[in-house]
Design a binder for this molecule. Structure first.
Ligand SMILES: NC(=O)C1=CN([C@@H]2O[C@H](COP(=O)(O)OP(=O)(O)OC[C@H]3O[C@@H](n4cnc5c(N)ncnc54)[C@H](O)[C@@H]3O)[C@@H](O)[C@H]2O)C=CC1
Ligand SMILES: O=C(CO)COP(=O)(O)O
Length: 345
């Protein structure tokens, strides 16, 4: 059987951490995968040098994951079309705002037998329409797309701290789930499988809104009881949102999978959305300024997802059923006083 050729599309903080794991696992499963792992890098200059050249000479992504080597079989490529050429296993792991342009570039240029997996956390909203990014990828490229999400702060995964994650696969396509498990699972990074692409994707997207609320809570100094209430209400709104708008979602995903409650907890305790939202309250600076100052090129997702949810729920006349999500929107985008965070919850 021909071997699978992996390509990683995205090389930020999580993209780099997952490229490292994939680079190790293709060698551990050399009967299944080709050894070289092309990594698409959005080219930029770091200390006067091209980031791709730094990665390929040092094997470190010095900008987005400076402390952990990627491995010498992970090869940085600045041209996304070249990176995905002949690849049969496409891993999409880039901030969601850059996906559309990336799909424009590679549409019609991928292997006909390719399959994909989305590690992207966010939702694609156009008025009253909402899609998960695995569906966007699947539709645009005409290939099957699974989803991976879980309690996975990238820096901790990269350091080999024990973590779990969830791969959601399409109905009847467990074989693809098993392939992705082979690519990503290590003794320190346990990959569970469930036939629920939508549930895995939506839990990953919506917990970022809850994490922003947790960060606002921390900035306000409201303490752990309030934060726990935010997490509980946030999980409830996530579950209700999934079951209302994506009825195929499995209820097991919420509590039995890392993609559900576990990701919500880690993000509310330790994620970037939490950190920047706390600073928003403490400094009064806008989110885009804080993102640039605090994240060194990494991107925030939660405030954008809050806006997307607001647009969608307003168009569906369902805002009233999701008070926490909507509160985050109003505080982040409409200048509402953060101190109103818990009013009306
Ligand atoms: N960092 C984390 O701990 C985790 C992130 N995720 C999700 O994974 C996805 C990717 O996140 P990260 O890898 O952390 O990215 P990141 O937050 O580190 O973003 C930086 C990346 O964006 C790229 N970029 C900047 N401008 C661009 C442009 N104009 N076009 C294309 N790319 C551009 C940069 O080259 C870099 O690769 C997101 O959806 C995120 O929510 C999921 C689990 C953990
Ligand atoms: O998705 C994540 C952890 O699973 C990372 O969350 P942040 O983007 O808030 O850091």
């Amino acid at each position: 059987m021909p071997k699978e050729k992996v390509a990683i599309i995205g090389s930020g903080n999580w993209g780099s951490a997952i490229a490292r794991i994939a680079g190790q696992n293709v060698r551990n499963h050399s009967d299944v995968f080709e050894e070289k792992v092309p990594l698409w890098v959005f080219e930029e200059t770091v200390d006067g040098k091209k980031l791709t050249e730094i990665i390929n000479s040092t094997h470190y992504n010095v900008k987005y994951l400076p402390d952990v080597p990627l491995g010498d079989n992970v090869v940085a490529i600045p041209d996304v079309v070249e990176a995905v050429k002949d690849a049969t296993a496409l891993v999409f792991v880039l901030p969601h705002q850059f996906l559309a342009k990336t799909l424009d570039a590679i549409e019609g240029k991928i292997a006909p037998n390719a399959k994909a997996i989305s590690l992207i956390k966010g939702v694609d909203v156009h008025g009253a329409d909402i899609h998960i990014f695995a569906d966007v990828i699947e539709k645009r490229l005409g290939i099957s797309c699974s989803a991976l999400s879980g309690a996975n702060i990238a820096s901790e995964v990269a350091l080999g701290r024990f973590s779990e994650t969830t791969v959601g696969y399409r109905p009847g396509q467990e074989a693809q789930g098993l392939l992705w498990q082979k690519l990503f699972q290590t003794p320190q990074f346990k990959v569970q499988l469930i036939e629920d692409v939508a549930g895995v994707s939506l839990c990953g997207a919506l917990k970022n809104v809850v994490a922003v609320a947790a960060g606002l809570n921390d900035g306000l100094g409201y303490g752990n009881n309030t934060k726990s209430a935010i997490m509980r209400i946030g999980l409830l709104e996530t579950m209700n949102f999934c079951l209302e708008f994506f009825p195929s979602v499995k209820s097991e995903t919420f509590l039995q999978e890392s993609a559900g409650v576990a990701d919500l907890i880690t993000s509310c305790l330790g994620g970037r959305n939490r950190k920047v939202a706390e600073a928003f309250v403490l400094t009064g600076k806008p989110f885009d300024v804080l993102e640039a100052e605090m994240l060194a090129g990494q991107k925030l997702q939660g405030i954008h997802t809050a806006k997307d949810c607001h647009i969608f729920l307003k168009a569906r006349n369902r805002l009233g059923a999701y008070p926490l999500f909507d509160k985050v929107y109003h505080i982040c985008w409409e200048g509402q006083d953060p101190a109103t965070l818990t009013v009306d919850l």
